[in-house]
Design a protein around this ligand. Structure first.
Ligand code: AMP
Length: 284
């Protein structure tokens, strides 16, 4: 079936009313477009769980800082819609910024603790923008299920917190990071990388996997695990933004992975001008 494209909130509201009348369940996959296998894995998971899957494609200006890549963020609307259709997505919402944030707009969602530090510390206002736009999309679509990637782990925790705290009555699911064959986490921003930068970028995932192996060999201290990732970045000329060990649920900083603990090792770094992130589970 051909994909139906909405561009205004009014169209989505009509769709939501009809869908709820028909008692069709909905899975929602919010994205910024330039879709890859990571995004498609979320859509396929939506299809297997719900009657209808919808995607949002919106490069959200409020989650970009003044010096970030908003204006050059990669876009391919036609290609994206073809991929959505092939993945069995029935509906896509592609609003203009002016219909998400019309004149007079003044309401924002601030998720406190899990937004602190990591990307929240390095990108002031980023999660306020993310939380705001996701809250708006969830309240327009009223999905039963909303799907996000563990690739953006702090973002996933922010969205879980807002759905819980605002009682949005939606299941927020986090799916594993989809990687290239050599381990690089798929990202729309990988398209910025030259061939040599692509090779440097591999140090993020290599460092994380190295730390995961080190944990199974008995290395538990944050300083040691973080140090392994740092060494990989340094050896490949990648400028560290952060490398941190955090509790997987609360995102509180950890000094070590205790026995039985679920932890997460998270990294951000600049490969040339391109800022990349990745993370991995460390289960003690
Ligand atoms: P983005 O378009 O980068 O905002 O991402 C949209 C959604 O896709 C978010 O929930 C991301 O976490 C998820 N995503 C991005 N890259 C990956 C990946 N490599 N594997 C799984 N999910 C991903």
């Amino acid at each position: 079936m051909a994909i139906t494209v909405f561009t205004t909130p009014a169209q989505v509201r009509d769709f939501t009313r009809g869908r709820q009348r028909e008692r069709h369940t909905l899975a929602l996959v919010p994205t910024m477009g330039f879709l890859h296998e990571g995004h498609l894995s979320l859509m396929r998971a939506g299809r297997t769980s719900c009657d209808i899957t919808a995607v949002t494609i919106f490069v959200n200006p409020t989650q970009f800082g003044p010096t970030e890549d908003l204006s050059r963020y990669p876009r391919d609307v036609r290609g994206d819609l073809a991929k959505c259709e092939a993945a069995g997505v029935g509906f896509a919402y592609l609003p203009e910024p002016s219909s998400v944030y019309p004149p007079g707009y003044q309401t924002y969602v601030d998720v406190e603790r899990v937004s602190q530090g990591l990307c929240g510390g390095r990108r002031p206002g980023h999660f306020r923008g993310v939380a705001t736009v996701v809250t708006k999309f969830l309240s327009l679509f009223r999905p039963e299920l909303a799907l996000f990637g563990e690739k953006d782990y702090q973002q996933l925790m922010v969205i879980k917190a807002l759905a819980r705290d605002l009682e949005l009555d939606v299941e927020v699911a986090g799916l594993p990071t989809v990687r290239e064959g050599d381990g690089l986490a798929m990202s729309s921003r990988n398209s910025y990388l030259s061939a040599s930068e692509r090779a440097q970028a591999l140090s993020l995932s290599r460092g994380l996997f190295g730390a995961q192996r080190a944990l199974t060999d008995g290395l538990r201290e944050a300083a040691q695990l973080v140090g392994l990732v740092r060494a990989e970045l340094k050896a490949n000329d990648v400028r560290e933004d952060y490398v941190e060990l955090r509790d997987a649920e609360t995102l509180e900083p950890l000094t070590a992975v205790a026995v039985g603990q679920t932890a997460r090792l998270l990294v951000a770094g600049f490969v040339g001008q391109t800022r990349l992130i990745d993370n991995i589970a460390l289960n003690g």
